[in-house]
Ligand binder design. Sequence first.
Ligand SMILES: NC(=O)c1ccc[n+]([C@@H]2O[C@H](COP(=O)([O-])OP(=O)(O)OC[C@H]3O[C@@H](n4cnc5c(N)ncnc54)[C@H](O)[C@@H]3O)[C@@H](O)[C@H]2O)c1
Length: 353
Amino acid sequence: MIGVGIVGCGNISSIYAKNLAASVVGCADLDPSRAEILAGQFGFRSFSGVEELLASPEVGLVLNLTTPLHHFGVSAAALKAGKHVYSEKPLATTVADAGSLLELARTGGRIVGCAPDTVLGAGVQTCRRLLDGGAIGEVATGFASMLCPGHESWHPDPAFYYQAGGGPLWDMGPYYLTALVWLLGPIAAVTASAATPRAERTVASGPLAGEKIAVETPSTLALTLEFDCGALVPFLCSFDVPEHELPHVELHGQTGALRVPDPNGFGGTPRLRSAAQWRDVPLDPGPAENARGIGVKEMIRAIQAGVAPRCSGEVALHVVEAMECALNSARDGYRVRLQSRPERPSAAPGGRW
Ligand SMILES: NC(=O)c1ccc[n+]([C@@H]2O[C@H](COP(=O)([O-])OP(=O)(O)OC[C@H]3O[C@@H](n4cnc5c(N)ncnc54)[C@H](O)[C@@H]3O)[C@@H](O)[C@H]2O)c1
């Protein structure tokens, strides 16, 4: 049994607590009252702070649900305390920090895993089976888009979405980039342009409603992703789009096209196109509802079996590298090659969760 300690008891913590209730030992937050509320809701203990949680021998794995700029510090402290770590995305806000985490884990004999775990859902996994079975032939190109008006419309404390480690690329990009790595394999190079049409945002709901947020990272980016397999996939991501009808991910092979459902969800409806017709493809068995935390379960089983977790630190570092390369490309105006080449993760075991 590997006990889970949750660090960061904000917006996303309750779905993890619900789905992982049986494994959670307790939780901690910079604001102890948040930890007490989450603990009270789900019947585990609240620690007085992160230090006390890290000192607990019952906690074997730290689930890092803090905001992106805190991911590195919390994960590094947990690894130094001898815990395994599963982090919300992004793994860190720089490749150097992500690399340090993997090195700390390697030297300490611990494992690092990272969200998103939506790639284990039936939506992406059905598409993975279709591609591997040759349903559209070899993929030449495609298109991905993550377009929305920005999370200040619903999140009660959205400033972090406009800081380093946020923006549409670092916040939502991991869902799309991780899904594309699962489907097509590693990314070889990135070229990007970026824009920030509005310097300020306004919080729309909750106690902070009306407060202004300074935008410190680009809110619209256009990337061209070159995959090792040869596919060339443009990815448009923006927090400046109130309305659109573009697909989340569409891949084009030699014999047809595949529409991948929203990679920020577990289910959806994959669609295949051939002979000028789209048809819906029923989902394979597997999680199709909000199963956030399933990556932690899979990681615990992998640790017990002595194998690498599917939502691995290596893939997460690769995604961080793709995002950092995109920002560098947009800033400096050139194409950037990636150094990391993680293995394409093996397909998830269908309904056996
Ligand atoms: N909100 C969502 O719908 C959502 C969905 C998917 C993923 N995520 C990701 O989950 C993470 C958290 O998002 P959120 O919306 O829950 O944020 P949030 O601001 O609501 O909560 C973050 C919590 O972490 C705590 N915290 C920050 N630094 C800490 C530290 N050093 N030690 C202990 N506690 C600390 C804060 O006090 C806060 O309670 C982010 O990485 C985000 O990208 C959020």
